[in-house]
Design a protein around this ligand. Structure first.
Ligand SMILES: Cc1cc2nc3c(=O)[nH]c(=O)nc-3n(C[C@H](O)[C@H](O)[C@H](O)COP(=O)(O)O)c2cc1C
Length: 278
């Protein structure tokens, strides 16, 4: 309130001064104009308006300008944050670009063999990430091409597209990271798991590879095939993508199901405006 009174006093003073300037200016202008025209000009009429009314009008104009200024500042802020978001998704190696490239890939280039050192580098991100109570219960089994056949029969891909049998023949992944937990999984273990797999996928994408999170697998079969000492929580396939995948903007109410058309895999994603709780 104090601030408002103080600022409105300042404003009246400002308007008063402005009025004086305007009257003075129009006075001079009127004289100047009368040299060029015989007709009564607007300036003459303005000079005849009572000074109080002119002050009121100017006060109104100043308030409107302040409101417009606030509005413009807000719009400018929105524009700046949009610019940052766009530039990060446009920058070749920025996070935005990595996120777009990081698509769940179910078809891989069979001529490309993922090496053990590449899997090691991907798993190494886990020494740099968050973990609830810093417990770090996750353990990783690296599976390269020589053992890929021990994993392939126990995983299922693309359950959302029942009409397709994935992977398409000749495009099965030949490298995996099987993620296990040393403790009985609780909520925080799954949060750890999410942070871990996303970090590993982004690392893989940065290395020119792609991956897929697989939770639809035969746990007992895998434990047996790989002689795992811990329960597996998730299998991550890694390889060189042989797929063409496109993100599609959708509204919250639209169908979220991913689909394929003319050999291209489309993934609908809800636009940010619909993700924010209003
Ligand atoms: C926790 C989790 C488990 C998933 N399990 C499977 C799976 O078992 N099989 C599969 O084909 N895709 C699986 N996916 C991949 C999703 O289907 C995929 O993320 C979704 O279709 C969106 O595609 P995008 O990752 O390219 O954005 C899984 C993804 C997540 C995050």
């Amino acid at each position: 309130m104090g601030v408002f009174v103080c600022s409105s006093q300042k404003m009246s003073y400002l308007c008063h001064r402005l009025t004086q300037v305007v009257v003075k200016a129009y006075g001079t202008l009127d004289e100047w104009l009368s040299q060029w025209s015989a007709k009564p000009c607007t300036a003459v009429r303005i000079r005849q308006v009572p000074q109080r009314a002119l002050e009121g009008a100017l006060f109104f104009i100043v308030i409107i300008s302040i409101m417009a200024d606030n509005y413009l500042e807000k719009r400018m802020e929105q524009y700046r944050s949009r610019l940052i978001a766009t530039s990060s998704s446009k920058s070749k190696d920025g996070l935005g670009a990595l996120l777009v490239k990081n698509r769940s890939t179910r078809g891989y280039d069979a001529s490309y063999t993922v090496r053990a050192d590449q899997l090691y580098r991907i798993v190494s991100v886990n020494s740099k990430i968050a973990s609830a109570r810093n417990r770090q219960p996750l353990r990783f089994r690296l599976v390269t091409v020589d053992e890929a056949s021990k994993v392939q029969p126990f995983i299922r891909m693309g359950a959302g597209m029942k009409e397709l049998q994935l992977p398409v023949e000749g495009t099965a992944p030949n490298a995996f990271i099987v993620i296990c937990s040393t403790i009985e999984p609780r909520n925080s273990t799954f949060v750890d798991l999410g942070i871990s797999v996303q970090s590993m996928l982004l690392q893989a994408v940065e290395m020119g590879l792609n991956g897929l999170c697989i939770m639809d697998f035969d746990s007992a079969g895998l434990v047996d095939a790989l002689q795992l000492p811990h329960k597996p929580l998730l299998v991550m396939a890694i390889g060189k993508s042989a797929e063409s995948i496109i993100l599609v903007d959708i509204k919250e109410s639209d169908d979220h199901a991913y689909y394929r058309k003319d050999g291209v895999h489309y993934v609908p994603k809800v636009v940010v405006e619909d993700l924010i709780i209003k």
